[in-house]
Ligand binder design. Structure first.
Ligand code: AP5
Ligand code: MG
Length: 192
């Protein structure tokens, strides 16, 4: 049973299609965490037609990153009011400045990150998963050109987080191939 009075913060880092959303849902349920997915938040803004959503849509459809400033404004209020802080962060942070801002926000709350899992999946598997999802759900950034750009943006701008968290002894690498159940049990082993 999760001890729901204590702070508990888990981050999932990984390229597009690595299974962050899939594993976030399982972990959040098992540990009574709230999921904070900046991708989902941005898509909700787009669906509601907010100014933020209208400005972000072209960037997302190109597979680029929304600016750190906009992302931090969007998430700050979601994090700073919490007590206890029980969060599963999916797709945030995505740059070193975002990670530094998160560290300072969590530091103020006395709720440091507990675990960071890096989900590892190769590019061809990613493209195949996301083209399949694109044909089923029609997510507008699931086109081959944008998927390949998202992978390259991940390698250049987000991958440095792996060394950042390894240095803090928070990082566990997880093979993201195999069934979602198999991946979930690898993460579970990393939490033990
Ligand atoms: P975001 O929504 O975070 O998208 P992403 O990182 O590209 O990742 P996905 O949601 O596509 O994949 P996932 O890893 O969640 O995998 P999933 O479980 O869905 O971000 C979208 C955009 O928003 C960004 O490109 C950027 O523009 C912007 N953005 C968001 N956050 C930002 C930030 N912090 N800063 C700046 N910009 C930001 O799985 C994928 C598919 O594979 C599904 O169909 C699933 O069913 C399937 N699947 C899952 N696991 C398995 C498995 N083990 N085997 C086979 N299939 C599987
Ligand atoms: Mg996702």
């Amino acid at each position: 049973m999760a001890n729901t009075d204590t702070n508990f913060v888990i981050l999932l880092v990984g390229p597009p299609g690595a299974g962050k959303g899939t594993q976030a849902a399982r972990l959040a349920e098992a540990h009574e965490l709230e999921i904070l997915s900046t991708g989902e938040m941005l898509r909700a803004h787009i669906a509601e037609g907010t100014e933020l959503g209208n400005n972000a849509k072209a960037i997302i459809d190109a597979g680029e990153l929304v600016s750190d400033h906009i992302i931090l404004e969007m998430v700050r209020g979601e994090i700073e009011s919490r007590s206890p802080v029980r969060l599963l962060l999916d797709g945030f942070p995505r740059t070193i400045p975002q990670a530094e801002a998160l560290d300072s926000l969590l530091g103020e709350l006395g709720a440091p990150i507990n675990h960071v899992f890096e989900l590892k999946v190769d590019a061809e598997e990613i493209v195949s998963r996301l083209l399949q999802r694109g044909s089923e759900l029609g997510r507008s950034d699931d086109t081959e050109e944008t998927i390949r750009n998202r992978i390259s943006v991940y390698e250049q701008q987000t991958k440095p987080l792996v060394a950042y968290y390894a240095k803090q002894h928070l990082l566990t690498e997880v093979d993201g191939l195999g069934t979602p159940d198999a991946v979930a049990s690898r993460i579970k082993a990393g939490l033990a």
